[in-house]
Design a protein around this ligand. Sequence first.
Ligand code: FAD
Length: 359
Amino acid sequence: MYDYLVVGAGLFGAVFAREAARVGKKCLVIDKRAHAGGNLYCESAEGINIHKYGAHIFHTSDSEVWDYINQFAEFNRYTNAPVANFKGEIYNLPFNMNTFYKLWGTASPDEAKRMIDSQRGSISEPKNLEEQAISLVGADIYEKLIKGYTEKQWGRRCEELPAFIIKRLPVRFTYDNNYFNDRYQGVPIGGYNQIFDRLLGDCDVALETDYFTHRGMKAKKTVYTGMIDEFFGCEFGPLEYRSLSFETETLDTQNFQGNAVVNYTSGDVPFTRIIEHKHFEFGDQPKTVITREYPKAWQKGDEPYYPVNDKANTERYLKYQALAKNERNVIFGGRLGSYRYYDMWRVIREALDMARREL
Ligand code: FAD
């Protein structure tokens, strides 16, 4: 009999399984997909690692997590510095002195601050996302760099979206295009799959195995990282997600857009961004592979990418969470088990903490 049945060979499941195996526990890790790695999985094409479920850049300020992940792969010095394409005009992100100079020709922080302040208006209690964004960064940034992108992401107009979606917007009065403020950042040289080969090396792994069609599998305990509502037969109704569809294309050119991530911020382009995968690893292959990312509403069968943490879904999740607390032999974890958007470092942190409590 296995000590642990781990449902989901993504980051949470694989880190937990590795820690359990390290202290001599027998683990069976199952995944309904044909590969391990969850959303970090990479496919190879033209000698380039393709981030199949969306671009993944590792970043953290947690040195224990950084040391942990570096045991399983060597990371490069990739720094996320996306650019925005608004109707053919290029702007640096996150909003910083380079962005402001391009927008208004302001060369000093004081000039840029004055320009933003002059556009913020006097909204004291923003009623919707549009008012919230304008009150934070002013009308120009909102119109060119936020409005269209956000409306595509959520499938709704900014006037109809709640203000809380944008709590703060990173605005930097330095010429610094580094998207993240974290101490550590990079992409594994050779892609993410090697990390999972190593994490799962001492466990049994069964792929293309859905927990719900193999529910009779026996183990002393289950670690479940799938959708929490599905575990309980959606008895309080399904939780809502946003999904994505990806359109990947190989191009007979060496360098298509000169950057790994280009956001398309105007509403008249249907996709939100184009990823050119080779730039994550500074590739110089003769061809290139790009992926256009289209946000869409989630329906059963689609990949559940982003939880919709509004009031109704949060209340529904809390009901599932209460049921989960009664499951004495099941541990719920990961982004789907917790109905939370988690960056990779946070998932590792949660899995390590969970393993410490459990083992
Ligand atoms: P997952 O990776 O989703 O793993 C869960 C696994 O469980 C899946 O493999 C699934 O197939 C399996 N499963 C589900 N149900 C069943 C079942 N019934 N039976 C068997 N198996 C099942 N984080 C960053 O730090 N940096 C980034 O740049 C970044 N970019 C992202 C881009 C996108 C588009 C998205 C959506 C997320 C991004 N993230 C990023 C977050 C990152 O993907 C997550 O932190 C990570 O994938 C969470 O790992 P997990 O194990 O919780 O979930």
